[in-house]
Ligand binder design. Sequence first.
Ligand code: IPM
Ligand code: MN
Length: 363
Amino acid sequence: MSDIFKIAILPGDGIGPEIMKQAIKVLEKIEKYITKKIVIDTYIVGGAAINIYGNPLPKKTLYGCEKSNAILFGSVGGPEWDYLPLNKRPEKGSLLKLRKHFNLFANIRPTFFYKDLGILSPLKEKILYKGFDIVCIRELTGGIYFGLPNGRKGKGIDEYAFDTEIYSRFEIERIAHIAFNIALKRKKKICSIDKANVLNTSILWREVLTDISKQYISVKLEHMYIDNAVMQLMKNPSQFDVILCPNLFGDIISDQCAMISGSVGNLPSASFNQNYFGLYEPSGGSAPSIAGKNIANPIAQILSLAMLIEYSLKEKNISQKIKNAIKKILNMGYRTKDLFTDSINEKIITTDDMGTLIMETII
Ligand code: IPM
Ligand code: MN
């Protein structure tokens, strides 16, 4: 039993299924190198599940995830389901439920500068030449995403809506320990993001971070307001190493990190609970406008698989093989449409071809 490793595959909506197909190609190629026997089971989730079962997270899917050792998630949501009340939409009704159900409080989003894609970054050359390698750590099961009460009340001009931002000392401490431990293995510095000049939750966030930092004296802790942080990230991204954020600020800043690296289509993510059970998903969305056209970029999904292999299967070398193959393919000039800039040497290819080329390049 212990040598079987079950992966629940949840392709979801939009580009989810087509990019997931590429990750599975890669998995099939590398499974022979993995010590454990990999068993995959695919489950329906998100809008696709609403259309069939009237529920974005059917019991069968949740149960399938519960009996798995890790979850590989695609993406959910699209305009087709935007008429539904928030709680029934694919995003809140499946992805946020899964995060909460499995207590996946620690979300890790690494971004780094691919030299070959520098031209895609909106940043100027004189900023980019220093490069950057950032890990964004986002608290994922608390804050304004989940705080109660929330809702809408009243009618007409008196109608109002409300959300609640709550953070407990316990929630801040546990994500702080994750961040400090990651920082210890990197450049030993953390930039913690908040809005402590306005929000109570941010004042507590800052206090707890400062307390916890006393247990990690070799790590340099810096605090930065979110408004300043988004500006600094444009001005000089090389100053950052580990960025630690509450839920909403992490959502925002991780997209910015993705964009300065060239494309949101390249950014993977991993979300863990206290037992290191993980859900792995691209940081970008379901991109409904390009779904089904075989033009989406599968790299974030394939890199999410690489993270699963590194963190849940503990096979760092195999994960590295996948990352090397991606670098090589990009270096050879192969680009999906989002990465295409029409420079010399670039060859535009489909989602399917990108998956196949990466798969074939793994040695
Ligand atoms: C992300 C996404 C989700 C979030 C959405 C789809 C609910 O934007 O993972 O960053 O806001 O967390
Ligand atoms: Mn987001």
